[in-house]
Design a protein around this ligand. Sequence first.
Ligand code: SAM
Length: 292
Amino acid sequence: MRAVLSAREIQLTKSLGQNFLHDANQLERIVAAGKLTKADKVLEIGPGLGPLTELLLARTGEVLAIEKDARLVAVLRERFGLESRLQPVGRAPTQPPEGGTPNLELLHDDALDFLRREPRDWSGWKLVANLPYSVASPILVELAQSPKRPERMVVTLQLEVAQRLMASADDDDYGILTLLVQLDYEPRDWFKIPATCFFPSPDVDSACVTLVRRATPLLADEHRAAFVKIVKRGFSQRRKMMLKLLKADWPLERLEMAFAELGIPPQTRAEKVSLELFARLACRLNVQPGQP
Ligand code: SAM
């Protein structure tokens, strides 16, 4: 990695989270967590110099990799022989490209902008990525909230964020990220990745988490906006009672009735309320009074 970077005089950019995973065992564990087959399509965000991309290409049918740094896109193009796909002038556009890696599509883009700009059907895709840490949470929320969300997400990120993804009610790490992702994903396995496995070593610990899309959604689509609103409002001031916070959006009588029906004591704080109760509360509050 050092040789590739210094040959091209690439100085790594800290704000882009450029800590490259060089440990072959850890890369192998990440790919294994993807449970990949040749029928799979994989989205990789932040391929960097491409070590994970190479393993993914060997195990899957198709990889879409999105990298923001133009210097790394140039390295990846060379590594995977994508230059030859540029059609020479005069060649009929229908002629197939020569050489390269036919099952790799490499995009030079900001992944978060791309996901927001071009909503796609990701339902037949898996995300396997060593995410740029600064945008890992918004990327996961964006994908999890997409109506056609990926079937599996295997992501390497800061340990602290991994703990939030796996938390349950009453844990210190339980909060908005937990609920927005767990509404549609069950956290399964995880493992810690030591900082020494990256170049350069990050200041924080890292972990790889596997999130599997729920077979049966906990909430119908029409109640999702209400769920997001309740979760964000409920955690807007962690120490305050949730019912008092929700008064900003719903009439007190409706809140009191819904809390009573669901057996949530009025003085409860959001951090004590389970995912299932949040989902049921969203249904109750979203149904107009008088509706069944
Ligand atoms: N996958 C590589 C590996 O495992 O060694 C690199 C992972 S590194 C933690 C994160 C990568 O994401 C870097 O290559 C960085 O340039 C890229 N990146 C940062 N922000 C990005 C964004 N918004 N969209 C796409 N790629 C981004």
